[in-house]
Design a protein around this ligand. Structure first.
Ligand SMILES: [Zn+2]
Length: 245
């Protein structure tokens, strides 16, 4: 039997606000259970990197919705979750901008853009750099969220596994964190992870990725993965932040 309760609009809005506050409190209480040293949180800086931006749209779905916009929406939501739990968060971009402008006659804009993101993480003395992207495949049925790490960086691997574990709770088919060859992740002094949050080539997943509620679920999972990784990596000798060259 189903009981359907119809609420008037003026009663629904406070309920939505209340449930948002309760969700945030629940997240922080979960985190405090998994993080024994609360004081560490305020000293921890995490860089969230919404992939692409400005003249670089990234990939896109069939309707032309661009990866850069979805990445930015999810990144803002991750930041909100982490800030509520006392983490210092630095974003590589807050708006729809590229980090290195196109210069006529000069090549390598993409590499300069990535280098600017790496510099921001270094300057912030970030424990983690978490880069948000959407994937694309010629096989339209492909879908799912995967965290990538640099195989020579054990901190990156721990972070990727922790994020993957949380993402697996909200996706139908569990995936494994995967070692990947990315310029962004191979840099000394960077404990980076690239999270591919889904395939824009899959119409169903592309539609989900544009929904604020679904973006919020992804953001919450990534935030939980980041926060659960902090005690694990700060216990690793020499982990902050000195991966092998
Ligand atoms: Zn991308």
């Amino acid at each position: 039997m189903r009981i359907i309760i119809i609420l008037r609009k003026e009663k629904i809005l406070p309920l939505i606000a209340l449930s948002t506050v309760l969700a945030a409190l629940l997240l922080c209480s979960i985190l405090y259970r998994v993080i024994p040293a609360r004081s560490r949180l305020g000293q921890t800086t995490v860089v969230i990197d919404p992939g692409h931006g400005g003249i670089d749209g990234g990939t896109q779905d069939r309707a032309g919705h661009l990866e850069k916009d979805i990445n930015l929406d999810i990144a803002h939501k991750i930041r909100a979750q982490l800030v509520q739990c006392g983490i210092n968060v630095v974003m590589t971009r807050e708006d729809d901008i590229e980090l290195a402008p196109y210069q006529p006659g000069r090549s390598g804009r993409h590499r300069r853009d990535l280098t600017a993101r790496i510099e921001r993480a270094r300057n912030a003395k970030a424990l983690f750099l978490v880069s948000i992207h959407c994937d694309w495949s010629t096989a339209a049925e492909r879908r799912g969220m995967v965290a990538f790490y640099y195989y020579r960086n054990p901190v990156g691997k721990t972070l990727a596994s922790s994020i993957q574990e949380e993402l697996n709770k909200i996706q139908p088919r569990p995936q494994k964190a995967v070692p990947g060859k990315y310029f962004l992740l191979e840099q000394p002094g960077i404990n980076g992870v690239i999270v591919e949050v889904g395939f824009l080539s899959n119409p169903e997943e592309a539609a989900l990725l544009r929904q604020p509620d679904y973006q919020e679920k992804i953001a919450l999972a990534i935030a939980r993965g980041i926060l659960r990784a902090i005690p694990a990596v700060t216990a690793q000798p020499g982990a902050v932040p000195a991966p092998p060259p």
